[in-house]
Design a protein around this ligand. Sequence first.
Ligand SMILES: C[S@@+](CC[C@H](N)C(=O)[O-])C[C@H]1O[C@@H](n2cnc3c(N)ncnc32)[C@H](O)[C@@H]1O
Length: 282
Amino acid sequence: MLELNEVPVASQAPSVPQSAQRGSRMQPASPSDWPGLEGFDDPKVLQARVDRVPVWFHEFELPGGVWTRGYYKPAPKLHRFCLPERLDGQRVLDVGAWDGFFTFECEKRGAASVTSMDVWDPAINATSEGYAVAHRALNSRAVPIRGSVHDLDPAVHGQFDLVLYLGVLYHLTNPFESLQKLRAVTKKTLIVETASDMQLTSGPALAFYPGSELNGDGSNWFAPNASALVGMCKAAGFRNAKVVWSMGPLTRATRAAIRFVRDRENPLRGIARGRLVVHATV
Ligand SMILES: C[S@@+](CC[C@H](N)C(=O)[O-])C[C@H]1O[C@@H](n2cnc3c(N)ncnc32)[C@H](O)[C@@H]1O
């Protein structure tokens, strides 16, 4: 039976409003408590259940040629993350797992165990329903934990050979503290993927978004440039940190041009924005 372990509320400020936290308690206590997780050997039954999930984030393939209907297609972007080809024997933590694409990818690559952590908060549309459906369809052994990165504690969760922190950093009101929390549970490597900004500034810098300036999403607070992210990882206690992928200037310029035409965003501001992947090692 799949169990979702509730994590004690952290003493630190949560990354989502209290009202959102209250909302999350109205979800099923465990992904396995979502109704209708049976009969998935029949692709028609699985497809029908997949289609009943109101919001999918990840688009990926489940058994029987069934596809989830996410608005983010991670498979073609996998190379960006420079994940090890094989993860045999490794203990992996996927923080901000949402529908679990990266969790299940690590299982495919032979990880000995994978823990998926997420706030799975309906107030920001990120429920655990898609994760529950995919988990059952894939007969996954991954262990889900509902909680915030700020709740991570090596005394409770132990340490992990590989920690994934993909697309989460910019959602936090205290991104540096989140890296300190991640350092405490990382045995070998942390992979951070994030929106980046201030790329035309040579020293370390983070952009702050008081409203919904980043992608029209009010839950985005900060985005660092490469130098800031590397520096934050090292200051959080990682021995080494290096950029393994960053969005090239041509792609950034194209995206800036689109946002200029669509939103009248200053193109100099737009070209400073992109995405970034850093590997930090202990
Ligand atoms: C943009 S999605 C990224 C999903 C996935 N990691 C990926 O890269 O495709 C951000 C995820 O982070 C989760 N999240 C937001 N704040 C969090 C926090 N404080 N701790 C853990 N997860 C959080 C959200 O619920 C959401 O599932």
